[in-house]
Design a protein around this ligand. Structure first.
Ligand code: PMP
Length: 284
């Protein structure tokens, strides 16, 4: 069955799912989005994703023309229509069609829901771990477009991703303007040192990942101490374990950073444990 794509309350075949080239989402990256997993036919952390979408929109003065519960119902319905049991949702709200200037006042937002599949990394890397680098591209400043806003403008992260690819890696750590570890281009980062799970605070200038928050909750339930703190590259290089989290990536170990082997150079025992808890939790 071909994917049915939702645009403003109507469903279209993938080939007919189109929006105008005058949409400010295309012209300026003006809009917000969410990437959400479907596990066992259920939209994972649906309320959290919708809440973050509306907060992102509020932050950029974008008024979404339907209420959050209507959005939630439309997302669930689009998943049902597509008969997706396991998959991925891309929920997008663009500023909408305007003229060729920046002024958004004439724009009417477009709401788009795509239900599809995603696989970010080759399956064997989930066992063997990723090699990553630190990018020279700095994460957006919090007093520019705050990284907590999941905006359609990912150019900074794309530049860091290109750095990773050019270095033969699939991901890159982005530092904030103070040189502290923020996150990766599409994932949050965690370290384990002496049994403590460590991750940058939201104030470091990160997207407050829903997978990140889930992992923190799972760790606390498992009595693994958690510290949201300032982290440097040195902390990464000398960690016992490192892993990344994201809706698309889920949880993946990092075994090499900037040429330094992390811990044993293999997926560590706490990472494995948290991955097991996560896999059970998302399907519970
Ligand atoms: N940071 C960035 C920059 C992201 O784009 C994402 C989502 N892909 C994440 C972190 C992880 O967030 P979540 O767990 O909510 O998917």
């Amino acid at each position: 069955m071909s994917n049915r794509v939702y645009i403003n309350g109507k469903l279209y075949d993938k080939a007919d799912a189109k929006i105008s080239v005058y949409d400010h989402g295309l012209l300026y990256g003006d809009g917000v989005f969410e990437g959400i997993r479907i596990y066992n036919g259920k939209v994972f952390k649906n309320k959290e994703h919708i809440a973050r979408l509306y907060e992102s929109a509020k932050s950029i003065h974008l008024e979404i023309p339907i209420p959050p519960d209507g959005m939630l119902a439309d997302v669930e319905e689009t998943v049902k229509v597509n008969q997706k049991v396991d998959g991925y949702i891309r929920l997008i709200v663009t500023r909408g069609v305007g003229n060729l200037g920046l002024d958004p006042r004439k724009c009417e937002p477009n709401i788009i829901i795509i239900v599809d599949d995603i696989s970010l990394y080759p399956a064997e890397l989930y066992e063997n771990g990723l090699e990553i680098i630190t990018a020279s591209t700095t994460r957006n400043l919090s007093n520019a477009v705050n990284p907590r806003v999941k905006s359609l403008n990912y150019l900074n992260n794309i530049l860091a991703k290109i750095e990773a690819i050019r270095a033969g890696c699939l991901e890159a750590i982005m530092l904030n303007h103070k040189g502290e570890v923020a996150e990766c281009t599409g994932d949050n980062i965690f370290l384990i040192k002496n049994g403590v799970l460590r991750t940058p605070t939201v104030d470091a200038g990160i997207l407050e990942g829903i997978t990140r928050n889930t992992v923190i909750d799972l760790a606390k339930d498992a009595h693994i101490p958690v510290s949201e703190c300032t982290l440097t590259k040195h902390d990464v290089y000398t960690a016992d374990e490192c892993f990344l989290t994201g809706s698309a990536a889920e949880i993946i170990a990092v075994t090499k950073v900037d040429g330094r082997i992390i811990g044993s150079g293999k997926q560590g025992p706490i990472t494995r444990k948290l991955r097991d808890y996560f896999t059970k939790f998302v399907r519970s």
